[in-house]
Design a binder for this molecule. Structure first.
Ligand code: UFG
Length: 336
């Protein structure tokens, strides 16, 4: 059996491709390379450059390969961009997924794993958030993902495929073997920004808000290593293949770190000090976003391997060093 990974040239998708290959799966990647990179796709996977809404292309993939499952990563993910360009987010995330689902149903694909986000919860206060919390997304990004969750639920009920929706918390780090990592230019995510600062790509970084109701005044987030996240997807697929029912599960470790704690870890692991400017709050940030991940631990028998902030930071830094050396991966691949 083969797995179709949409968005497999992107940050999380490219880690998923390695995870699947490492566990012996055949992998087809569908990516239009709008934000992903051809070189990020493992050479053992088959990369098809194209759009998830191109029904004839997707049909041909289902016809030509023994695909039983789709892992759907393709989508737009930048919250402020979604506020500026909401219709682009509804188009990319919601409408195109609707088109993909139609082709999935026509192709009799059995299972779907969908990348959703903690942004569907909105601001819920300090306590860890469980899946049965009310959903109240505060951005078009969160709403575009929540609408897709609803489509999946309704389409599954009508057409019989099974699915798992995974709501990601703060995904960070990179492949521990250095095969792929977060390569997006102009990334805004805290660990990426701090690692870029530590390796000299940025002259300084900014802390957005030091007056939150948290122990050190900065925001708390649940940072999950991208390779542990990929493992959750693999386990979720195994569960569906065993006949498991539809499920929506949080993906975090259930433990939060403040912005200052993250920056301290980056300085420690890099062995370098760097300039940190303290600034006012960034619009829309919740003071604490931590997962209650009991469901993922229980349902998937998930045993994270990298649930340690220093480890996440070390792997993120290692990838930053690779990028700073002129993207070793890219050149190695070009020579293959
Ligand atoms: N932060 C800084 N300085 C920076 C970057 C971030 O202080 O340069 C702070 C933010 O203000 C926030 C924390 O670090 O307090 C984490 O910010 P990120 O941008 O790394 O991540 P978010 O928590 O804002 O967003 C993440 C995902 C989104 C998702 C959201 C759901 O990136 O896709 O969680 O909660 F929608």
């Amino acid at each position: 059996m083969a797995v179709l990974v949409t968005g497999g040239a992107g940050y999380i998708g490219s880690h998923m491709v390695w995870e699947l290959l490492d566990s012996g799966e055949d992998v087809i990647v569908l990516d239009r390379l709008s934000t992903g990179f051809e070189w990020a796709v493992a050479p053992e996977a088959k990369l098809v450059i194209g759009d998830i809404a191109d029904a004839s292309l997707v049909k041909s993939l289902f016809r030509d390969h023994e695909i039983d499952a789709v892992m759907h990563f393709a989508g737009s993910i930048v919250v402020p961009e979604s506020v500026a360009m909401p219709l682009a987010y509804y188009e990319n995330n919601t409408c195109k997924t609707r088109a993909l689902l139609e082709t999935i149903i026509e192709g009799n694909i059995r299972h779907v794993i969908f990348s959703s986000t903690a942004a569907v919860y909105g601001n819920q206060g300090e306590a860890p958030i469980a899946e049965d919390a009310s959903t109240n997304p505060e951005s078009p990004y969160g709403r575009s993902k929540l609408m897709t969750e609803w489509m999946l639920r309704d389409a599954s009920a009508a057409h019989g495929f099974t699915y798992t929706t995974l709501r990601y918390f703060n995904v960070s780090g990179s492949d521990p073997r250095g095969r792929t990592g977060q390569s997006t230019e102009g990334a805004t995510h805290l660990i990426k920004v701090a690692c870029e600062t530590a390796t000299g790509k940025r002259p300084a970084m900014t802390v957005f808000g030091t007056d939150y109701p948290t122990p050190d005044g900065t925001c708390i987030r649940d940072y999950i290593h991208v390779s542990d996240l990929a493992a959750v997807h693999r386990l979720a697929l195994a569960r569906l293949r065993r006949g498991g029912s539809n499920l929506t599960a949080n993906c975090g470790y259930g433990r939060g770190y403040s912005v200052f704690e993250v920056i301290d870890s980056v300085k420690k692991m890099a062995g370098r000090d760097f300039d940190v400017q303290l600034c006012t709050r960034r619009a829309g940030d919740a003071s604490a976003v931590v997962a209650n991940s009991d469901l993922a631990y229980r349902e998937f028998d998930w045993q994270p391997k990298y649930a340690d902030l220093d480890r996440i930071v070390a792997d993120a830094l290692a990838w930053e060093e690779i990028l700073a050396r002129g993207n070793r991966q890219k050149f190695d691949r070009a020579e293959l």
